[in-house]
Design a protein around this ligand. Sequence first.
Ligand code: BT5
Length: 263
Amino acid sequence: MSAPGPSERWRVRRFPTIASTNTYVLDEARRGEPAGLVAVADHQSAGRGRLGRRWEAPPGSCLLVSLLLRPVLPPAAFHLCTAAVALGVADACATVTGVAPGVKWPNDLVVRDRKVAGVLAESDPGAPGGELGSVAVVVGIGLNVSWPGPSGAGGTSLEEEAGRPVDRERLLEALLGAVSPRVDALDGPSGRSELAADLRRRCVTVGRRVRAERPRAAGGDLVGLAAALTDEGHLVVEAADGERHEVAAADVVHLRPAAPGSG
Ligand code: BT5
């Protein structure tokens, strides 16, 4: 049997304005909604980033969308949900605008080191599970179409990068199409290692000097070379003393290369 096409797989609900598409889809997941629900809004009054931060966008300026997935995967591979969607969004941008963003670990899409989109994956272990022990994961995307983000945030927009108007509907259609096979890939070990390989190709963090900002309980800030990505999509940072640290979750700042001899 062939995999369902994007229009059979995704059930799209549209909102002129909503608090947060992620919050809405999480609530629906708790009510037992099956995988494939999509919420799209023109405006969010309480758009969320990670760690209590805000996602801001004037009405109509950004593609604001959340997807309900119910993948079957080990908890350690959770980050691949973010990766699967980020890779699909990058593909869609390339198809529709010719601009192919890179993935800045863990959850940004960037063009010329400026953030064009952020991805927020949230799971609710309390939401009723699906078949085969799947978990509810909501992945939200804020993709700047005509507004580069709040001043000082270092963002950009697709229109700025492409130099022409970009249609949000075409972008949404391309996004749902490109995300579908990547979401399927989450459910098996070989698909997951292909996702990790794609992530390595698209990741603009590996090879850079970084500061990984972790909670104090997880070791605090770590400065070093982003050396690799594991098969779970975790970042391996090599500190100045040569020790390698696997980072599962952090904020990452790309640093300028160290001056020769500065250690
Ligand atoms: C993210 O968080 O980048 C994830 C953003 C996910 C937003 C989507 S929109 C649809 C769905 N529904 C939601 O409620 N959320 C998801 P984080 O890595 O924490 O980055 C947040 C930071 O990005 C903020 O603190 C700002 O500095 C910056 N920022 C806010 N709005 C931005 C924008 N439009 N463009 C660029 N940067 C922005």
